[in-house]
Write a protein that binds this ligand. Structure first.
Ligand code: ATP
Length: 199
């Protein structure tokens, strides 16, 4: 599996539709300061479901939409499309190429699609969570984040490893199941009390 291409439309400084084709292996993006290199990385995190405006280096979520320049008016929507080569079947979906897209309008929330089919954020997260590309962003180490990774507590570091290994999804499901079990136990105790009272 590898990231094949990334298309940005109205995302941050990329007002016009811009497609980056990515080959297997290491990709370097070079350019002058402020030319939008980090915006490309932000777009990658955003299309994979990033929910924190701060993680995207903005104050609020709408800050990802092209805000306009002296010569070009602001846009009303941002869209990012990520194409993943899934020839090795690493993603649990019956397609050798998978397209994930996210669109956001100034006046509303985000819309997601997998291979052109509208879906929920949860579907995108579930699709990616077993692949090591997690929503927690620890696979994207931005400027200044390296220190945070190195000085993470052992628990946080274990979280990184667990998500990369695909364990996190099952841990969350287990926690949910345990919560349900607890609620069931409480109900059962109540039924037993009522039964005892009726005897
Ligand atoms: P450096 O090498 O200094 O880290 P960079 O190439 O990583 O720079 P970015 O941080 O990706 O640059 O891009 C910053 C530019 O993106 C700034 O010029 C900023 O005005 C522009 N920008 C960010 N958000 C928006 C937006 N919503 N609309 C228009 N332009 C934006």
């Amino acid at each position: 599996m590898h990231l094949k291409s990334l298309t940005l439309r109205g995302f941050k400084s990329f007002a016009s539709s811009t497609t980056l084709r990515l080959e297997p292996g290491i990709t370097c993006v070079v350019g002058p300061n402020g030319s939008g290199k980090s915006n490309v990385v932000d777009a990658l995190a955003w299309v994979m479901g990033e929910q924190g405006a701060k993680s995207l280096r903005g104050g609020k979520m709408e800050d990802v939409i092209f805000a306009g320049t002296a010569g070009r008016p602001a846009l009303g929507r941002a869209e990012v499309v990520l194409t993943i080569d899934n020839a090795d079947g690493a993603l649990p979906i019956e397609y050798s190429e998978v397209t994930i897209s996210r669109t956001m309008f100034r006046n509303g929330g985000s819309e997601y699609a997998i291979n052109g089919q509208s879906c929920r954020l949860l579907d995108v997260q579930e699709l990616l969570s077993d692949s090591g590309i997690g929503r927690e962003m620890h696979v994207i180490v931005g400027q200044g984040q390296l220190d945070a990774v190195l000085s993470a507590t052992p628990e946080d570091r274990r979280g990184f490893v667990e998500e990369a290994a695909g364990v996190l999804k099952h841990r969350k499901r287990k926690e949910k199941a345990l919560r349900k079990l607890e609620a069931m136990q409480a109900n059962l105790t109540r039924v037993q009390d009522l039964t005892a009272e009726l005897r």
